[in-house]
Design a protein around this ligand. Structure first.
Ligand code: NDP
Length: 260
């Protein structure tokens, strides 16, 4: 039986084992998926090999350190600088990033996107900004502090101090603001007039009606949370685990049962 896992810290909250195990079962694949809480990210591949895993997903805080330990990287992982999926092929460890294409699948109902505002400048912002740029969508970034914006030299970047309110097709919250505390990711006097002019809004946080989503609802802006991003990154990772031979829609149908 093939064994897969998710590596992170913490990892006990992750629904990845449920998503992957239901798909293994429904698609009659003899494999199981578990979780590994890893303190020292530099030991990721060593641990992966010692457990004799065939593939794995990587979550916070090990996505960047995992990339440094792969033998080969796919184009997207290389460009973004982080890995959320690894597989062993001919004794080599290959790293992928399915967060970015997963996000893109999750916004397929959002039409005609030309100009997007990303709030936040962390790892998720990096993945989303990269994949939107490949679709020739203009991306602006606004972040609380200046330091992390240095990694976004291809984009128009603002802090709260120099951000100018303007019209966007889509506004995306990629910060963790709203996850534990009921706070907005950008001061309300900047965010609300921006949201009012926007056609769509998206929060990468899932399973929580955040203050950001509440503001979108109040202003009657079409919005969604990050649950589909989580689902689609898993669907794409599952197909990588299975050599790309599976129909994504079948995998999605199976995994969606966990979310419903
Ligand atoms: P990072 O730590 O890499 O980046 C966090 C960013 O959020 C930074 O730009 C930081 O700003 C900003 N930020 C943090 N707290 C606040 C605050 N209180 N107010 C304003 N800005 C704030 O995080 P990630 O990119 O890895 O993750 C971000 C979120 O995305 C998490 O909530 C995570 O759960 C979610 N996520 C969801 C996924 C999905 O599948 N739906 C996939 C991956 C992540 P500063 O630079 O000033 O510190």
């Amino acid at each position: 039986m093939d064994i897969y896992a998710i590596f992170g810290n913490p990892v006990d909250h992750s629904i990845s084992p449920r998503l992957h195990n239901i798909a293994f079962y429904d698609l009659n694949i003899d494999a199981v998926y578990t979780r590994v809480c890893l303190n020292d990210g530099s030991k990721l591949i060593e641990t992966f090999k010692s457990l004799n895993l065939c593939g794995a997903n990587i979550t916070v805080p090990h996505k960047e350190i995992a990339l440094l330990q792969c033998d080969e990287l796919d184009k997207i992982a290389k460009a973004i600088g982080s890995v959320n999926t690894i597989i062993k092929r001919s004794n080599k460890i290959i790293g992928y990033n399915t967060d970015a294409p997963g996000f893109l699948l999750s916004i397929k109902s959002f039409e005609n996107l030309k100009k997007v505002l990303i709030i936040g400048a962390g790892g998720t912002a990096k993945a989303i900004s990269y994949i939107l740029k490949t679709k020739n969508i203009q991306v602006d970034i606004v972040n609380r502090s200046k330091e992390k914006l240095a990694k976004f030299s291809d984009f128009n970047c603002f802090t709260w101090d120099d951000f100018k309110i303007s019209k966007y097709d889509l506004v995306i919250n990629t910060t963790s603001a709203g996850l534990k505390e009921d706070i907005l990711p950008v001061p309300k006097e900047l965010l609300e007039p921006t949201i009012k002019q926007s056609r769509y809004a998206y929060d990468v946080i899932y399973n929580k009606q955040t203050p950001f989503l509440n503001l979108c609802k109040k202003n009657e802006i079409t919005h969604k949370d990050g649950l589909d991003m989580l689902l689609y990154q898993a669907v794409l990772a599952f197909n990588i685990f299975n050599d790309g031979k599976l129909n994504n829609e079948k995998v999605e149908k199976s995994m969606r049962k966990v979310l419903n």
